[in-house]
Design a protein around this ligand. Structure first.
Ligand SMILES: O=C(O)CCC(=O)C(=O)O
Length: 307
């Protein structure tokens, strides 16, 4: 049986019972999901202390950003799309370190109205804007990152290595779709590392794991590594160094991410092949110096300005 078949079978058993409401391991079944409980519009209260932490530490992990019902509503659809659109079918032993880290499927919102509700949600976009201290945010892209049972580490890296952007006003919302203990591969962060420049030129690899780890340890950066409860969402800045451990649990680690840019941010000249690839893939036709105002990178939130 090849890996895809095994994965599909396992995921069908694990994620999709044939009867009853959606159940997620580690979550209580709540019966019918009321749409009122899936509130993706209201403002998450972000106070100055949270903004200060995001600014000083380069990340925040926030409780109850999503209701349990919201997670239960979005998870089965995202999982279905990951299984449908995944192109990684190599057995684990034959994959590179990057490929072992997760199944990566981008821009799911283009394939599902339900996923679009999550990715375009006012609640998440406004949170991203308020944390970054910008007037508005646009979507860069979303991606699901599913770390399979037995999946490998996500090596230390900073996301902005991959993005040709003219400022640091960008962030990723990391949205676990189940309770995520550390041993399942919860994301961890080097506290304050968004201001540390060593290792910014390294792609995700064994080299980045080794060299960034050594550089961070030499500077005695604290590492924040904690479990995520259902509904927790973390936001990290483009230059914040982060990693995740392997998935040693019996459950695939299902995570959705949304990447936000300051709505007024312009592209910069790509400085490596990965950035050139990112332009081709997500921002075709956009030149350095231009704001990527395209139908697939729309503004998702802008604060109302007083007239
Ligand atoms: O989910 C992971 O293992 C890594 C996530 C990550 O690097 C990111 O969202 O920027």
């Amino acid at each position: 049986m090849d890996v895809t078949t095994e994965y599909r079978n396992r995921s069908t058993q694990m994620w999709r019972p044939t009867e009853g409401p959606p159940r997620i391991d580690g979550m209580k079944s709540t019966g019918e999901i009321s749409t009122a409980a899936v509130d993706m519009e209201s403002r998450y209260p972000v106070g100055p202390e949270t903004v200060r932490r995001f600014d000083e530490q380069g990340f925040v992990r926030l409780p109850d950003v999503l209701s349990r019902q919201a997670v239960e509503r979005f998870e089965p659809e995202i999982t279905t799309k990951v299984i449908e659109l995944n192109t990684m079918h190599l057995p684990m032993a034959e994959r590179s370190t990057y490929q072992k880290a997760f199944l990566q499927v981008g821009n799911l919102w283009r394939h599902s109205g339900l996923v679009r509700e999550l990715v375009f949600s006012n609640r998440l976009a406004r949170l991203a804007a308020e944390l970054m201290g910008v007037e508005g945010v646009r979507l860069y892209h979303d991606q699901a990152l599913y770390k399979e049972t037995g999946g490998g580490i996500t090596p230390w890296h900073a996301d902005q290595y991959y993005w040709p952007l003219s400022s640091d006003r960008c962030c990723t919302a990391w949205i676990p779709l189940q309770a995520t203990p550390v041993e399942m591969g919860a994301l961890s962060f080097a506290v304050g590392s968004h201001r540390f420049e060593v290792g910014r030129d390294l792609e995700i690899s064994d080299t980045s794991e080794r060299e960034v780890q050594a550089a961070l340890a030499a500077q005695r950066f604290a590492v924040a590594q904690e479990p995520y409860d259902v509904g927790d969402v973390s936001f990290h800045q483009g230059w914040t160094f982060h990693r995740a451990g392997r998935n040693g649990s019996q459950t695939p680690r299902r995570v959705m991410t949304v990447i936000y840019l300051d709505a007024d941010l312009a592209l910069a000249e790509p400085v490596n092949a990965n950035q050139e690839d990112a332009v081709r893939r997500y921002l075709p036709g956009i030149a350095p110096g231009e704001v990527p105002d395209t139908p697939t990178t729309p503004v998702l939130y802008r604060a109302a300005t007083a007239s």
